[in-house]
Write a protein that binds this ligand. Sequence first.
Ligand code: AMP
Length: 119
Amino acid sequence: MEYDSNNIFAKILRHEIPCNKIYEDDFALSFHDINPQAPVHVLVIPKGPYVSMTDFTRDASREEIDGLFRAIGAVVSKLNLEKDGYRILTNTGIHGGQEVPHLHFHIFAGKRLGRMLVN
Ligand code: AMP
């Protein structure tokens, strides 16, 4: 899938629409999900134009990949999620239920999150 620079996270990265920011560095931005599914529900996105883990792991530089994963760790630390635990999820494509076509990691926490998949 080709990257669509009109997606909502691209607009957040260009500061065209606001976000409730948690963390930012050269490679990643993290902000609160607008429609939280858990007491803590935050998103971490790369700053580069990637749709999913497929193009990210194929096309991103080592610095970008390193930066994104370190940013996820930094957000977990900043929100003190390590002690009680958390879940990271990335939806991809139609079967994955991806709504926004810019790679993003959901971090859920703040309660027991139950089964991984509810059918
Ligand atoms: P996904 O279904 O994995 O693509 O998830 C997209 C997520 O983006 C959903 O959890 C939405 O609630 C969230 N979302 C959509 N628009 C915004 C926004 N403007 N600010 C923060 N989160 C958003």
